[in-house]
Ligand binder design. Structure first.
Ligand SMILES: *Cc1c(COP(=O)(O)O)cnc(C)c1O
Length: 384
């Protein structure tokens, strides 16, 4: 069986977790601080704050951006549901805008149409690791005085205009779930270039405490902590951070390997009429967190039949990115017209891509895919 995805974890990560457990300090402490400093350096952002996952990263970002009840935040429906949930957590309303078929990312024109006097922020997703056009959204946010927040859950290691994702705006949220490019089991990170946001994020992730446990622990004078506002327990543990430090060291290599596999898929599928592949425009650099293939309406085989065919051949696949507005949790409250998002969700298929993926495995996916979509079944028999 060829799986859809697999985290790249080695004995190095295992040893780091082991050493951390035996160090006697297992929750947020020196390893978290080290991971944050290294992640900030990696992305080129002045500050990074580690948290328990990307959903909590998004929640805290909403709070520091001042998003609250009565506010609207524009985001794609074509995303993982956590994108919209984070907006709901602060009592605000997610307003869904449609996406571009070529990138799965928010369409700036459709986004501008959804701006009202209540709009407070745009939550821009870099879907499947493909960067969205950040400058177009910075322009919109400047024009209408909105906060830009990036949901970069899938986009660690991706680049936009020769700079790493994480360095372009005031709040950028990452995920280290095993389905993403690097993993700490669960985990998240917020990068920011604002010192005030940085300070408040550190408070909010740890119960609003004025002093963190480590400072108190290491102090030679008595320190009493204060609780400055109602915060949360959104800490990352040092065990996770120790794993993350080693994952981060491998990130650029993992992305390079992923891009090689994506290039093989591109080459194999780009001549097939009716197929739209992930398109990387000049200045955009994807980590290929996922490789999603769009099959047009007049395609010879329907998407689900193709997925079943792949499964029968021992190859896992998934349907395209979900649409939040069609889920029960959202359906009643929204009346959305999002034709591109629905079409992409209905007609796309995500193919296996992980590191290390053996060349024979990549070839098998290509061969089976091509066989299943060909009009005449390709005979495997060798004639007399
Ligand atoms: C995975 C994902 C999330 C949630 O990340 P967690 O770390 O699992 O909370 C949010 N947004 C997008 C776009 C995602 O793909």
């Amino acid at each position: 069986m060829i799986p859809l995805a697999k985290p790249y974890l080695t004995v190095e990560e295992a040893r780091a977790a082991y050493d951390t457990i035996l160090s006697g300090w297992i929750t947020q402490g020196p390893r978290v601080q080290e991971f944050e400093e290294k992640f900030a350096t990696y992305t080129g952002a002045p500050y990074a704050v580690a948290v328990s996952n990307c959903t909590t990263a998004l929640h805290l970002s909403m709070i520091v951006a001042g998003v609250g009840p009565m506010d609207e935040v524009i985001c794609p429906s074509l995303s993982y549901i956590a994108t919209a949930n984070a907006i709901k957590y602060v009592g605000a309303t997610p307003v869904f805008a449609d996406v571009l078929k070529t990138s799965n990312n928010l369409d700036p024109v459709e986004t501008e149409k959804k701006i009202t006097s209540k709009t407070k922020a745009i939550l821009l997703v870099h879907q499947l690791g493909m960067p969205a056009d950040i400058e177009a959204f910075q322009e919109l946010c400047g024009k209408y005085r909105l906060q830009l927040i990036e949901d970069a859950a899938c986009a660690a290691g991706s680049q936009y205009k020769n700079k790493k994702i994480g360095s372009h705006s005031e709040l950028v949220c990452f995920s280290f779930h095993p389905r993403k490019v690097i993993s700490t089991g669960d985990g998240g990170m917020i990068t920011t270039n604002r010192k005030d946001y940085y300070e408040r994020l550190k408070l909010l992730r740890q119960h609003g405490m004025s002093v963190n446990d480590r400072v108190r622990h290491e102090a030679d004078k008595l320190i009493f902590e204060e609780y400055l506002e109602v915060g949360y327990n959104y800490r990352m543990t040092d065990i996770q951070a120790a794993v993350g430090i080693h994952q981060l060291e491998k990130l650029d290599w993992i992305v390079k390997e992923r891009r090689k596999i994506a290039a093989i898929y591109d080459e194999a599928f780009r001549h097939i009429p009716g197929v739209i592949l992930p398109r990387e425009e000049a200045g955009f650099y994807s980590n290929y967190q996922s490789y999603s293939v769009y099959l047009s309406k007049d395609f010879l085989i329907d998407r689900n039949t193709l997925m079943q065919g792949l499964l029968d051949a021992g190859i896992a696949s998934r349907r395209g990115v979900m649409t939040i507005h069609r889920e029960k949790a959202y359906k009643q409250s929204e009346q959305d017209v999002l034709p591109v998002s629905e079409d992409v969700n209905d007609r796309s298929i995500i193919l296996p891509l992980f590191v290390p993926m053996a060349p024979e495995e990549v070839q098998q996916v290509v061969d089976v895919f091509l066989r299943l979509i060909s009009p005449v079944p390709v005979s495997t028999e060798v004639g007399p």
